[in-house]
Every structure is written in structure tokens, then in C-alpha cells.
Design a protein around this ligand. Sequence first.
Ligand code: NI
Length: 191
Amino acid sequence: MAVLPIRMIGDPVLRRPAERLSPERLASAEVQAFIDDLVETMKAANGAGLAAPQVGRSWAIAAVHVQDNPRYPYKPNVPLTIFVNPTLTPLDDETALLYEGCLSVPDLRGRVPRHMAVQVDALDRHGQPIRLTARGLTAGTFQHEFDHLEGRLFVDRVVDASTLCTWDNFDRFHREAFVAEARAIVQRYGG
Ligand code: NI
């Protein structure tokens, strides 16, 4: 296994819709080894998720994993989930403005509207169909990773550019208020 270099905003691979994989291709040793590297890279970088284009592969594969994450301490834990060829469906019209960050967008956060309940249909790494419902902050995490597979970054969805801030200034000026909002979201939506 290897920790792969993370591609940064401006790299065209981040802007390309990722290629869907056939079950045969997904089962190949090359892709399976890549998935191990994707997970290792996500963990090494303390990411809440990581999508294949972020490490230079235009494949429709992403991972989400939150375990007492130091980058996002207010996010509820999410077991390691690999999803391949996903579709994402909002389950209702409720949205919230979440502060997001991204390993491919260094030192920037901003507020992004996200659906508070989504269904993800995908394949797991073994090619088995999976369907999961994500709510609250976790729904936001899945939408962020799904966007990567469509060539979108969170900055594309920032409605009010005056919310953009460095991580340092997030901590200094916005963290306290947002953590209170995040707690209310977890309480209300359970994720
Ligand atoms: Ni990201």
C-alpha cells in the first residue's frame, strides 16, 4: 500500500467526470490495489473522504470514513465506505449551509448548501450493489465526494463568496458558531 500525492485545484483531472468501471475492471488487481492506496491516502491526510480523481485517477470510486476526525471534530463517525459508480438522490428539499473544506483546495473553507437526506446507490469494492441513506453532516460528506466524481469542487457551490476563509480564520472567527449549528444538525437529522 502507498500514500499517493493529492492533486490540487487547477489540475484538470479534478474537473473531468470520472469514468464508471465495469465489474471486471473493478475486480482487477490494479483497481483493488488502487482502492487500498486511496484509503491509506485518505487516512494519512485525515480526510473525511477522498475521491479517485484527487489522486489522479479518473475513476468513479470514492471513500468516506470519519473516526473522531481531527480536521472535522464535529462530524459524527461514519464507518469506512467505498462506493463505486454512484448515483445520488436527494430524499427531500431540506438543505443546510455547511462549512466545507477539501484536501484538493488547500487552506480554504466556505459555506455550501447541502441536502440533509440523500440516498446513494453504488457498488461496493467487490462489485456488490449497495444502497445507503445519509443524513445531516454525513449527507454533506457524501455529496462532497460524489461531486468530485462529476468534476465539481465545493468552491463551485459556495453561494456567498464572503464566507470563504482560511482554516486559521475559520478557527478564530467562525468555528464556535458553526460547531453550535453542526450540533443542532446532528441532533435534528441524526448524522
Ligand atoms: Ni474534497
